[in-house]
Write a protein that binds this ligand. Sequence first.
Ligand SMILES: *Cc1c(COP(=O)(O)O)cnc(C)c1O
Length: 342
Amino acid sequence: MNYLTKKVSKLAPYVAGMQPREQGWIKLNTNENPYPPSPKVAEALRQADLTDLRLYPDPVSTSLCRAIAEKLNVNAENIFCGNSSDEILALAYQAFLSGKKNVLTPDISYGFYPVWGKMYDVDLKCVPIGDDFAIDAEDYNDANGVILANPNAPTGQALSLAAVEQIVQSNTRGVVIIDEAYIDFADCESAVGLIDKYEHLLVVRTFSKSYALAGLRVGFAVGSEKLLDGLERVKNAFNAYPVNRLSQIGAAAAIRDEAYFNAKCAAIIKTRKRVEGVLNCAPAQANFIFWEVADGSKMYAYFLENKILVRHWEHPRIRNHLRVTIGTPQDMEEFVQCAKKF
Ligand SMILES: *Cc1c(COP(=O)(O)O)cnc(C)c1O
């Protein structure tokens, strides 16, 4: 007896990078931050009243929304918090893209986009990125929705704010979702500044990468109240209390510690530039590099033998590239030594 629905049987779920249980690995495969979160996070969590855990959390993360709004210089009414940006993206698919045809996304991008496409019956059209892996804004017109990551992953290439705005202007029949998971490591400007101008623009961010809080599972969306009402409707049809009490407290403490955040982002960017120089690798606007090698699978296997985890995909266009998360300077030194030995 097959108990699965037809849709779920046919699904090809997202495959996350390996999370080894044992010690001794250099883990450069899931774009986690090599530094701990701000000490203010630990302090806030220590001070949290754990007897409150008997109560449901604030369903709309009011004080976290305020802290985010303050940092981004937008109104708290334009912030929506969720249990990770993955969850928010899934809600956005359900609210704005489900059942639609001609929704555009780059052919090489975040592996979850096509999974949600199948899950939520979105007819996604994959737009080929250029041979140089650049996204061309001219390729995105008159769609019923657009989903793209800026900077893109795993390529690390970024669109200018003007190019993002062009895409937003050329696609007014549906929602344009810009996933800014890596924006804090990029030279380009965030699209958050455009949300007052374009009701159909949704910008999605995460605390997982630049705030070193992947384990807390917090993401947020910035957009018009109209779009946020849509997310809210779907949220309340799925899980009304998505962000737990400790996550709301920890994330707010992290975003308020701007000095720590800036210092750690700068350290990661500095390490990335050094590694790019040593490997003579195309620059990436993220906390990873996208490195072209002679034989991607062989090199991946070699790193694996040496207990260094990186990311490799069999996709024909990128099978000779490795995505390598920027670790600490020591991690990257070992990585570079291993690469040289190969
Ligand atoms: C890591 C990542 C996410 C997911 O972030 P979470 O908030 O941890 O779910 C979303 N989009 C892209 C492009 C990512 O790389």
